[in-house]
Write a protein that binds this ligand. Structure first.
Ligand SMILES: Nc1ncnc2c1ncn2[C@@H]1O[C@H](COP(=O)(O)OP(=O)(O)O)[C@@H](O)[C@H]1O
Ligand SMILES: [Mg+2]
Length: 223
């Protein structure tokens, strides 16, 4: 049996009474795979991710994930807090109480993983949107995250940068043994993942082969 790095069971959540966002929602992502979570605007994708990050508490249900868990949000300007790239990634390691040489190794290793080693001393403000997202991902890699959760990380990127980022996460999943769950509503991103979930009415109503799901959604949009 495949081991699942992300396991969500019967999760229920509502912001207001009588308006459930998630209704006994369940999903499992196998270890070492790249899965996407699709759904229309307002279907509860961000709410589900915020429950996974622990920023929200569910009314009921369980969440199991292989730690450590890393997050990448839609807007990197809310995530990168230090003045330079190297300092930002190092800042994410503060809780681990590593010696300075190990911090430096981790920062360089993570920047190499996202092919941005040359930006180590660059001020954050001088980065493009796509570079900022890759630095946010490097922050998670520096922490040796097993699970990476990404909430529409390409929302603010242009089309080319968008597909570069998704291809990069696909490569990282395969080379670093990470398990990733990527929220999107852009069907072209489905070409890069191992599987996908469709969130509708607070539950996963379809899942599996991303190409099959894409074909179904295209047909639905056309009709
Ligand atoms: N902070 C909040 N307070 C109250 N309602 C919210 C809040 N955030 C989201 N919602 C509501 O929860 C539902 C799901 O939103 P969200 O999870 O952001 O969907 P998605 O990410 O799929 O677009 C929507 O009806 C939205 O209006
Ligand atoms: Mg959202």
């Amino acid at each position: 049996m495949t081991h699942c790095a992300i396991k969500v069971q019967d999760l229920s959540f509502n912001w207001h009474e009588n308006a459930p966002v998630l209704r006994s929602c369940s999903l499992e992502v196998p270890e070492g795979e790249f899965w996407m979570l699709l759904g229309t605007n307002g279907s509860g994708k961000s709410t589900l991710l915020r429950l996974l990050t622990g920023l929200l508490t569910p009314q009921s249900g369980t969440i199991e994930m292989t730690p450590p868990v890393g997050f990448v949000f839609q807007n990197p300007d809310r995530q990168l807090v230090m003045p330079t790239v190297g300092a930002d990634i190092a800042f994410g390691l503060v809780c681990e109480h590593l010696d300075p040489a190990e911090v430096r190794n981790r920062v360089r290793e993570a920047l190499s993983a996202v092919n941005l080693l040359e930006l180590e001393r660059r001020p954050i403000y001088a980065l493009s949107g796509g570079q900022k997202q890759r630095i946010a991902i490097a922050g998670a890699i520096a922490r040796h995250c097993s699970v990476l959760l990404l909430d529409e990380p390409t929302a603010l990127l242009d089309a080319d940068t968008q597909l570069e980022l998704v291809a990069q996460v696909q490569r990282l999943v395969k080379t670093q043994g990470i398990t990733a769950l990527w929220v999107t509503h852009r069907l072209d991103e489905l070409n890069y993942c191992d599987g996908a979930f469709l969130l509708e009415g607070g539950q996963v109503t379809d899942q599996g082969d991303p190409q099959l799901l894409k074909a179904k959604l295209l047909q639905k949009n056309a009709s």
